[in-house]
Design a protein around this ligand. Structure first.
Ligand code: UTP
Length: 414
């Protein structure tokens, strides 16, 4: 059996141009080799090849098929309309049909914080508050207002699962009822170098990394979290990031708007600060809602002005999204496209020697949550306000840093 398995693995590696791993296997003892073989047999080489081929393609936008997105401005909705929407949303929350998912599986590389990003302490009000604590405050406030306990699902990476769990336990979930906190893990994909070769990690296995926040849907299903939501009778699910300290996770106007518009997905946007701001923007492409990443938005489109004198593609995506449970189920069965990022990753060479490259040497593949939007005919967009809704902690310094987030947070709560 052992010899047969080894041969099967060798054939697979040869067929897929991964001979360096065959060589590397010779440096391993039986137990290590067996672990690596088992892992290799789970790898989808067809997918790896496809991902690698895609790294050579250039993203192109056919402008003629692109239109501006329709949105509702929260500031401009009449108060009677707003109460009508709020009461629609409230009904869902008070009848316990509402759940929240926090995507906390990112690496937070730009922030340079060791450990899961949610465990970063923002220096507010002298004492400081952890990002997870800030999110919990927001949920607790909603629970108090609506007399419920909103189930809170936290997606972690495989890497930061234990640390996240230990942190929350150590802090007694900051007073949240732990029966309503469900942690689940997201999927991973192999890293590959510029020649399509798999990297070997320090643990002598193929090096894997989280598959991006677009992996949320599949992970919700495969982890059993989606089944748990159904059991609890959940109908609407908010999915948001871990690092926006002004994120409103239970906005009844947004929920009410989605219900009134009879759509399965909704999102809160804010106006892009300037044409160069590094955010994705909403549009309609070939009749479907879509977000175009700033890296992929042509300059001409970024600067285009509409008849109101505003940026035509100015509704920014801020990771503040709502989905029906059916929408999540549908997306979870689709394969979203993967975007690649060329990053610097250390690895073991075929002799088992650790290599720390000077420059970016390998591709990481990530699905983005907003690539699910084109699967639907429509989306309800509610335009919020930067000072109420968006204070991200992304970079160590400068824009979207702890300093700017602290300022916005303290200003909002004053
Ligand atoms: P970002 O794309 O800003 O990434 O994540 P990041 O990991 O926080 O930071 P950098 O790019 O490494 O500096 C946006 C949201 O998506 C989550 C993050 O935790 C954050 O809430 N995310 C991202 C995941 O849950 N999984 C992933 O694989 C990637």
């Amino acid at each position: 059996m052992g010899i047969e398995k080894t041969q099967e693995v060798i054939d697979l590696l040869e067929k897929n141009g991964q001979e360096h791993i065959i060589k590397f296997m010779q440096t391993l003892n039986d137990e290590e080799r067996e672990r690596l073989e088992d892992q290799i047999l789970t790898i989808d080489f067809h997918q790896i090849l496809e991902l690698y081929d895609n790294t050579k393609k250039k993203f192109e936008i056919k402008e003629s098929k692109i239109e501006a997105i329709q949105y509702f401005d929260k500031e401009k909705i009449s108060s009677s309309k707003k109460s009508q929407l709020d009461s629609l949303g409230e009904k869902i929350i008070t009848s316990q049909k509402y759940a929240v998912v926090t995507m906390a599986g990112g690496q937070g590389t730009r922030l340079e914080h060791t450990g899961p990003k949610g465990t970063f302490k923002l220096d507010v009000y002298g004492k400081g508050k952890y990002l997870f604590e800030i999110l919990i405050d927001n949920l607790k406030e909603a629970n108090k207002k609506y007399g419920v306990i909103i189930p809170w699902y936290i997606m972690t990476s495989k890497e930061n699962y234990a640390e996240t769990k230990n942190f929350l336990e150590k802090h007694s979930f900051f007073g949240y009822d732990k029966n309503h906190v469900i942690l689940f893990q997201q999927g991973e994909l192999p890293l590959i170098d510029k020649n399509g070769k798999l990297l070997i990690g320090k643990n002598k296995l193929i090096k894997l990394a989280s598959d991006g926040n677009g992996g949320t849907f599949t992970s919700l299903r495969t982890s059993g979290a989606l089944a748990d939501m159904k059991e609890r009778g959940i109908e609407w699910v908010f999915i948001g990031g871990v690092d926006n300290v002004l994120l409103k996770m239970a906005d009844t106007t947004l929920l009410g708007l989605a219900i009134e518009q009879n759509v399965q997905i909704a999102s809160k946007s804010i106006v892009k600060a300037n044409p160069q701001e590094k955010v994705g923007v909403f549009c309609k492409m070939n009749g479907h809602p879509k977000v175009i990443e700033y890296t992929e938005l042509p300059e001409k489109m970024a600067e285009e002005i509409d008849s109101n004198g505003e940026l035509k593609y100015g509704e920014s995506h801020i990771m503040c999204n709502l989905f029906t449970i059916e929408a999540i189920e549908k997306i979870s069965k689709e394969t979203l496209i993967y975007h690649q990022a060329l990053k610097k990753n250390s690895y073991l060479d075929e002799y088992g020697k650790e290599i720390n490259p000077q420059d970016a040497n390998s591709y990481k593949f990530e699905a983005f949550i907003f690539d699910a939007f084109p699967l639907f005919d429509d989306i309800a967009i509610l335009r919020g306000k930067r000072e109420f809704d968006f204070a991200p902690v992304k970079n160590k310094e400068g824009v979207d840093s702890p300093r700017t987030a602290k300022e916005l947070y303290e200003k909002f709560w004053n």
